[in-house]
Design a protein around this ligand. Structure first.
Ligand SMILES: NC(=O)c1ccc[n+]([C@@H]2O[C@H](COP(=O)([O-])OP(=O)(O)OC[C@H]3O[C@@H](n4cnc5c(N)ncnc54)[C@H](O)[C@@H]3O)[C@@H](O)[C@H]2O)c1
Length: 246
């Protein structure tokens, strides 16, 4: 079934690779007008070569976010995908690490939602999709302190926006993946020195024996962007191959 997002304008952050890129391609395939944003201009150029509209956007830049919201006031769907890992325990986390992680993972969602919600309200509704994780919002995870803390904050922000704007046609949901085989995930495993062993150990800990593909998470994003999810708001959508429940 194609055309599930026909007539919708969608804006995606961190669209250059991984889940963001997969979501851009999946939503465009369903007929959406997609604006893909990232700080990686080379990755954006590849998307542009495939006919996707692109804009350079650093989600830490409040002025640039406001300018983008003014450029695309008729945005129906906002996919806030930007987020970075924060490794180590609380004892490893410096003040600078804490501020940086909070700003990228949670501050970005605050700035993006605040900038784009007025346009959605004027349109009579919209769908905001915020990238969280099972690590933090659903379950604990060792040596991911900054990541867990900020992603739990994403769920609080999501519920708050959902509660405040449900009566104005705006839905807001969080996506909570387990492990996703994205470029940064691969880089993290390689950084340990023995990629094959690290991958095997991680896969062995998964009920399905593997990580998710970005395209699998993208299909959940398509559904949340579409009118098929019209009665779904304020939720944390777990997509982790059973990791946190089994
Ligand atoms: N990969 C996983 O296992 C996993 C699991 C749970 C949640 N997530 C979340 O999914 C999202 C995407 O992760 P991924 O692993 O698919 O992608 P990734 O980490 O491979 O790519 C991240 C993208 O973000 C961009 N980026 C970095 N800083 C930015 C900034 N300041 N402004 C705009 N863009 C910026 C990068 O250029 C890159 O294109 C993140 O929020 C991440 O926390 C990932």
């Amino acid at each position: 079934m194609a055309g599930r997002l026909a007539g919708k304008t969608v804006l995606v952050t961190a669209a250059g690779q991984g889940i963001g890129r997969a979501a851009v391609l999946a939503m465009a395939a369903e007929g959406a007008e997609v604006i893909a944003t990232d700080i990686n201009d080379r990755a954006l150029a590849e998307l542009a070569a495939g006919g996707i509209a692109t804009r350079h956007l650093n989600v830490r830049d409040a002025a640039a976010i406001l300018a983008l919201a003014a450029e695309f006031p008729a945005t129906n769907v906002l996919f806030n995908c930007a987020g970075l890992p924060g490794g180590g325990t609380i004892l490893d986390c410096s003040d600078e690490d804490w501020s940086f992680g909070l700003d990228v993972n949670l501050g970005s969602m605050f700035r993006m939602c605040r900038a784009f919600l007025p346009g959605m309200i004027a349109l009579g509704g919209g769908s905001v999709i915020n990238m969280a994780s099972v690590a933090g919002p659903v379950t604990g995870a060792q040596a991911q302190f900054g990541f867990c803390a900020t992603k739990a904050g994403v769920v609080g922000l999501t519920r708050s926006v959902a509660a405040d704007f449900a009566g104005r046609g705006i839905r807001c949901n969080a996506v909570c993946p387990g492990i996703v085989a994205s470029p940064s995930h691969e880089a993290r495993l390689k950084a340990g020195g023995d990629f094959a062993s690290a991958l095997a150990a991680q896969e062995a800990a998964q009920p399905m024996g593997r990580a998710a593909r970005p395209e699998e998470v993208a299909q959940l994003v398509v559904w949340l962007a579409s009118d098929e999810s019209s009665y779904t708001t304020g939720t944390t959508q777990i997509i982790d191959g059973g990791w946190s429940n089994l």
